[in-house]
Design a protein around this ligand. Sequence first.
Ligand code: PLP
Length: 450
Amino acid sequence: MSLLFSSTNRRAPSVDLKGALLQGQAPDRGLYMPERFPRLQPAELERFRAMPYATIAFEVLRRYAGDVIDEELLRTLCEDAYDFEVPLEPVRDRVHVMRLDRGPTASFKDFAARMMARLIGHFVRSDGRELTILTATSGDTGSAVASAFHGVAGIRVCVLFPIDEVSTRQRKQMTTLGGNIRTIAVDGKFDDCQAMVKRAFADEALAGVPLSSANSINIGRLLPQSVYYLYAWSRLAEPGEPLLVVVPSGNFGNMMGAMFARKMGMPLRRLVVPVNENDEFPKFLATTDYRKIEPSVACLSNAMNVGHPSNLARLVDLYGGQLDETGVVHRAPDFAAMRRDLFSSSVSDEATRETIRSAWERHGLLLEPHGAVGWRGLLDYEAVEPLAGAPAVVVETAHPAKFPDEIRKLLGIEPEVPASLARLDELPETYDRMGADYDAFREYVRTHYA
Ligand SMILES: *Cc1c(COP(=O)(O)O)cnc(C)c1O
């Protein structure tokens, strides 16, 4: 028996994990959600304490996969995907920073992308098919996805990125791969790129092109992201003890991983989801009035420059509401429950810089802008509700070496560059350029992938 996934828009048939992974977005333009959450009993959670990361990943994912994939194969894929460390750095009292930046592209997105690439590659090959992955990125998704799928047989990848919003290293992580990976630099914002990709999925004229998405709208991106919260809990909390989790957020895919972990049985004290100056979510929580931010504000934490988070529909769905892809709330979620479970503040660029400085001076904690938004979010939360000895984890989502100029300016030090990034400086780049023009993009897809 396999667990089924249904669309948040409720007008598409339910599918199993394979169907959800290969389709990405549901045909009614909604997002897939599990119809129920597999429950981890307290005794099972206790066993996680002694398990390596890859084994916890297997234990979590097999419960969503059911019989769509052989268990031994899944175990191998997990071990292959998670062959890097997941450091939990002690900072003060029982507060830790979890560094999710040790994968090949030095961003937390490696965790999901590497698992999803292996699963999708397996499903496509076993059907004897080919598939094109279209993805929009504001910095780190594209490189994680491109790296994860690079060289995977049966899969081609096309990444769109806003030309002026990604750093040189982020760009090079995508444009130096070649092979089955194509990249398009769009003269526009991340939201334009995301809109072009979303339209392509819904476009009748492209119905003959086998397309899928690897954005955080794909449920295959979310499930692996619940694993590191369970891992952190197993290392930092006492039996049954709730953990405070802080996730700097943009499209709200990472934080949904923590919500899923909670639904599976992980004791969660509160989920703190700070954002940058794109503050539509804390405002929504405070006022119950949802207003997307168009265009999104360009902040230092560029991977979080999102004015209408694509996973918000999933969060609203968990709380009994309905939000469609255009940002219209059809049914209000239970705001009282949302406010009990979640805390969100907006962190300005100025506060982000100040936090990078103070975390370094006070704790010797090296943060890049996204992690700094996270750390500041913890401080904002503590100002309202002191931790009082409770364990907490803040996730650092990218490696500080991805933001060398900022770190140099603020701290006067040179962050050590991981080998995976250092290599990029020598490699040649290739990418195409395009305006934020859907018709041109449709032609491009037809030319290269039909
Ligand atoms: C993508 C990204 C985020 C935001 O994650 P969401 O799942 O979109 O909320 C934060 N930090 C970094 C470095 C990222 O790449």
